[in-house]
Design a protein around this ligand. Structure first.
Ligand SMILES: C[S@@+](CC[C@H](N)C(=O)[O-])C[C@H]1O[C@@H](n2cnc3c(N)ncnc32)[C@H](O)[C@@H]1O
Length: 330
């Protein structure tokens, strides 16, 4: 199904080497797996362990009932079904986001505010940052814009999206890795990270609480998480604006590209079905994050897109054992 770098990705993963060397500028430093999988573990696959893959396939197209009283069951894509949709639509992703006013500016602002003043002043020197759900690299570029000296690991489940990202010319220390958020360590993506950026990812996850707790554990004590996401304010007007923009612009435009409108109908529906901003802030606290803050963006996305900043507590690593078996529901 994949070709070019996509095929290379598959091969790389099957050889237990999950780092992608871009063919673009040749400036990337390949980051090797930070830790070998535990002895006896099955070899990494494109979706991590066999168990993770089986769970993902089973949940690839899941019905959800969005809050807000539509009175209908909508479907959103998950896991392997979602990854396939991103693979197919990857070629149109950059042109479509270029038409979205504020998209790149908001990403850059979110990345900038994730860093402390000192980290910004040093251009991220000495930092190790994870860009989870990096897609075609828009969030990676935002990170590099504010932290050009950081070492960035950019991970995504979609070979098609990664292929686009890795083909770009990058200045700096960036390694693209094919890895699902639910199986980072199996794919060789290990902490500690000084910061984790997740832009437009978390709403897509089947088990966001599990992934958030994993990310908290992968952060250094005091490390920062920034989640930039479509999260409605809860006000009826913002929900109505979102549906109007999707119905009138996003879905029709997305339907013109490869993969049809499937991914963009998913975008519409998944936002309606996901947490409001307040609920997501509570979810972060339940996952053990501290100092949770929520910032609104300007433009048509006001009340529709928010950035959440949160800190891993100093005790995060010690919590791990105590948490085994907890449901993690907010
Ligand atoms: C909407 S794109 C955002 C890309 C980029 N962060 C940006 O800001 O433009 C979401 C990305 O998350 C990836 N993704 C979705 N679910 C994932 C998962 N469970 N694990 C890893 N990546 C996932 C998709 O493949 C896609 O590339």
């Amino acid at each position: 199904m994949y070709f070019g770098l996509g095929a290379l990705l598959d091969t790389a993963v099957s050889l237990s080497t999950s780092t992608v060397r871009p063919r673009g500028g040749g400036h990337l430093h390949a980051t090797t797996a930070c830790r070998a999988p535990p002895a006896g573990a099955s070899a990494p696959t494109p979706f991590g362990t066999q168990a993770v893959r089986a769970a993902r396939d089973a949940a690839s197209y899941a019905p959800v009932r969005p809050g807000g009283g539509e009175g209908v069951v909508m479907t959103v894509l998950h896991d392997s079904g979602l990854t396939r949709a991103f693979d197919r639509a990857a070629g149109a992703y950059d042109p479509l986001t270029a038409l979205n006013p504020g998209y790149h500016r908001h990403l850059r602002r979110a990345a900038e505010r994730m860093l402390t003043g000192d980290q910004r002043a040093r251009g991220g020197d000495g930092m190790r940052v994870l860009d989870l759900g990096c897609g075609t690299g828009a969030s990676t570029a935002a990170l590099l814009g504010v932290a050009p000296k950081a070492r960035i690991v950019a991970a995504d489940a979609s070979a098609g999206m990664l292929e686009r990202a890795a083909a770009k010319a990058w200045q700096g220390d960036v390694a693209f890795v094919r890895a699902p958020a639910e199986g980072l360590e199996e794919a060789g993506v290990c902490g500690p990270f000084d910061a984790v950026f997740a832009a437009y990812l978390v709403r897509n996850l089947s088990e966001p609480d599990v992934v958030l707790r994993d990310l908290r554990r992968m952060l250094s004590p005091g490390g920062r998480l920034a989640v930039h996401e479509y999260t409605l304010s809860g006000a009826a007007v913002h929900r109505a604006v979102w549906s109007a923009v999707c119905r009138g612009v996003i879905v029709p435009l997305g339907s013109l590209g490869p993969g049809g409108g499937r991914l963009y109908r998913h975008l519409w529906r998944s936002v309606l079905a996901f947490d409001t901003a307040g609920a997501f802030a509570r979810r972060l606290r339940s996952a053990g994050f501290e100092s949770v803050r929520c910032a609104a963006v300007r433009g048509w996305q006001r009340g529709i897109v928010h950035t959440f900043y949160a800190t891993a507590p100093a005790a995060s690593r010690e919590d791990t054992a105590q948490e085994a078996g907890s449901s993690g529901q907010p």
